[in-house]
Write a protein of this length. Structure first.
Length: 310
């Protein structure tokens, strides 16, 4: 059984089996979570937020050998299912401009620094003058997924630019931001879990690309989560649950987490996954949340105020 904290060593060892069983995959997932969701990393990514407020700098990717990507680097999942997941991920990532501008609008009156981080700045006519750091980093994802798909299939593909749910304010901007922020954290968490899971099913240059996507999602998820706990110190499981209940209706016009989850599972071709694939993604999600909750419990009001109040 493979059990190591080094994805590089995992990638090499994984060449010896193309169809790992459940426990081997679980072991790979656990080692990836140990490496990328360590509390020290989460603390560092949140402490980076005020630095990016003052001087936004996009996180550089390591060099990728795109030509080395091949189907032999997919393990534990059927290649056609893997490709369908890539298509779903690129379609989801593609409307990044819509995501960033919607978030900016919810934030700009209450937290202008965070609004600039996610959506940049606009002029009096609403024209974008400066990209937000979140967009600068996230807009690399769809082209990267397209490159992977082309390298694996030899075919060109164009993502679907779906229409996203835009800015729909009420007369309570604090509650609007809370609901939107909860949705944003949840989607970043979902992307983190998916890319970690895909890393566990890949090796070599293919895993290298997914590693960069994973690092970006962890970075953004951590910043949004920590900022949200600071901005809404009264939040907790009861308030989260109450919000989910209030927004569960199919006719609810704003962000609905359950509707988003169902759409994502359909987009990622969930019904074509094997039972092992489904079980290991659920394992990834639960173990990632367990690690996040450990970190969450260190986010004391004093720590967050010292970090973010200025």
């Amino acid at each position: 059984m493979l059990d190591t904290t080094s994805p590089q060593l995992e990638a090499s060892a994984a060449q010896s089996y193309a169809h790992p069983h459940y426990w081997q995959t679980q072991s790979r997932i656990r080692s990836l979570i140990d490496k990328y969701i360590a509390v020290e990393i989460l603390r560092d990514r949140l402490q980076d937020l005020p630095i990016q407020f003052a001087n936004p700098q996009a996180r550089p990717w390591k060099p990728i050998d795109w030509q080395a990507i091949n189907r032999n680097q997919i393990i534990g999942i059927e290649p056609e299912v893997f490709l369908s997941i890539l298509i779903g991920a690129m379609d989801t990532e593609a409307p990044i401009r819509g995501y960033t501008q919607t978030s900016r609008q919810y934030l700009e009156k209450l937290h202008p620094q965070m609004a600039r981080f996610v959506g940049g700045t606009v002029d009096g006519d609403g024209e974008l003058q400066e990209l937000g750091l979140w967009e600068k980093e996230e807009r690399q994802h769809t082209p990267a997924l397209i490159k992977i798909y082309t390298q694996l299939t030899g075919e060109k593909i164009t993502p679907k630019h779906r229409t996203i749910r835009g800015y729909l304010p009420t007369n309570d901007p604090q509650e609007d931001l809370y609901r939107h922020g909860l949705h944003r954290v949840a989607t970043e968490y979902g992307a983190t879990c998916l890319y970690l899971w895909l890393m566990a099913h890949t090796t070599g240059a293919l895993q290298d690309v997914l590693e960069e996507l994973t690092k970006d999602e962890i970075n953004h998820m951590t910043k949004f989560w920590g900022f949200g706990v600071w901005a809404f110190p009264d939040t907790g499981l009861i308030r989260v649950g109450h919000t989910l209940i209030k927004t569960r209706s199919q006719t609810y016009q704003r962000n609905n987490l359950m509707r988003t989850l169902r759409r994502m599972m359909n987009t990622l071709n969930w019904n074509a996954w094997t039972l092992t694939n489904k079980a290991t993604l659920i394992y990834t999600s639960t173990q990632t949340m367990r690690r996040l909750w450990t970190w969450h419990n260190t986010l004391t009001p004093q720590y967050l105020n010292n970090l973010l109040s200025n």
